[in-house]
Design a protein around this ligand. Structure first.
Ligand code: HMG
Ligand code: MG
Length: 297
């Protein structure tokens, strides 16, 4: 049941950097993305076309995309609405993602509307994306719990995921936004989702706030999930989930996959170079334990 090969979606340049208080030079963002590509990552979420007043760190996403090479790598971006998609298309983005939540509290705080309103907004994005032939990924946040509403019932996640797949998203990334999940709650969620949705259309997006992300990913792999999001150097968090730390560190994920003999196409040493580069630019230690263990002082 455990997949032989996985797709990794590197979200560090977006999920990672969106949460930084300090200004990050455009050149550093572009250099980070180049190093990630050099490490073998084929899917890199490079920016976000959201309201810059809400997430100032992503305000220069147009400039980031303008600096990216046309090298066969899928560089994607978040687009919360038609305006975001228009910006993304003008910037030449090849794949976008819409993002909903499984809890009303987080939906309101993150995208300023109810879940139902967000799904309605996405219809416009899907229609335009279909017309121009670009793929749309869907995120569902707070699949285990919400910082505002408490525990999330798995069938709420199923409802939102099904609605987004029905409107044309090719895959749903299940966000444990606050990182509170454990293999038990991830399994309960997947027990519910996999009754109706194919594992091939699901991805996991595990924030590592409670140190459970690797265990949660292992649980998901055992259920046949073969797409995993991760963030180099464990960068990030969500500005609307206070206290939540970054996604699982990509370096830690690669170490896990290597140990399990699962193919992923990424060179761990080169990935560590990327993680150490951005950590240095941000003036902090690399949050990946694997990177720290393998970095010679
Ligand atoms: P709103 O204020 O309700 O939007 O925000 P509005 O339609 O009422 O427009 C208000 C103003 O925003 C207008 O400008 C619009 O033009 C502008 P004004 O007339 O006041 O000058 N505007 C935009 N500008 C640029 N790009 C746009 C855009 N849209 C409107 N796309 C909105 C609604 C969704 C835009 C806002 O709430 C927003 O930007 N939210 C994004 C929040 C965000 O980025 N959160 C982090 C990413 S999600 C995440 O991290 C979770 C994830 O990782 C999964 C997980 O971990 O669970 C994906
Ligand atoms: Mg996230």
């Amino acid at each position: 049941m455990i997949p032989k090969q996985v797709k990794i979606v590197e979200v560090g340049p977006r999920d990672g950097l969106q949460n930084e208080a300090q200004t990050i030079a455009l050149a550093d963002k572009v250099q980070l993305i180049a190093l990630l590509a050099k490490a073998g990552l084929k899917n890199i979420e490079a920016g976000s076309f959201v309201n810059p007043k809400w997430v100032p760190q992503m305000a220069n996403s147009e400039a980031v995309f303008a600096a990216l090479p046309d090298d066969g790598i899928c560089y994607s971006a978040l687009t919360p609405n038609v305006k975001g998609l228009e910006r993304a298309l003008a910037a030449g983005v090849q794949e976008v993602a819409v993002f909903a939540a499984a809890s009303e509290g987080f939906s309101q705080k993150n995208i300023n509307c109810s879940i139902a309103e967000s799904l309605q907004r996405f219809e416009g994005v899907m229609t335009m994306a279909k017309a121009v032939g670009i793929r749309v990924r869907g995120y569902v946040s707070c699949v285990i719990a919400c910082p505002y509403d408490g525990d999330t019932a798995p069938d709420r996640v199923l409802d939102v995921s099904r609605a987004m797949l029905d409107m044309g998203c090719y895959e749903i990334s299940l966000g444990d936004t606050t990182g509170v999940g454990t293999p038990a709650s991830i399994n309960r969620l997947l027990d519910c989702l996999l009754t109706e949705l194919p594992a091939e259309q699901l991805a996991v997006h595990c924030h590592d706030t409670y140190g459970q992300a690797i265990a949660n990913i292992y649980a998901a792999l055992q259920r046949g999930i073969a797409t995993i999001d991760s963030s180099v150097a464990g960068l990030g968090g969500c500005p609307y989930a206070s206290g939540a730390s970054g996604n699982v560190a990509s370096e830690d994920l690669i170490y896990l996959l290597n140990g399990l003999g699962i193919e992923h196409g990424v060179d761990l040493n080169k990935l560590i170079v990327a993680g150490n580069f951005i950590s240095k630019q941000l003036g902090r230690n690399n949050l990946s334990r694997v990177a720290r263990a393998l970095t010679v002082a």
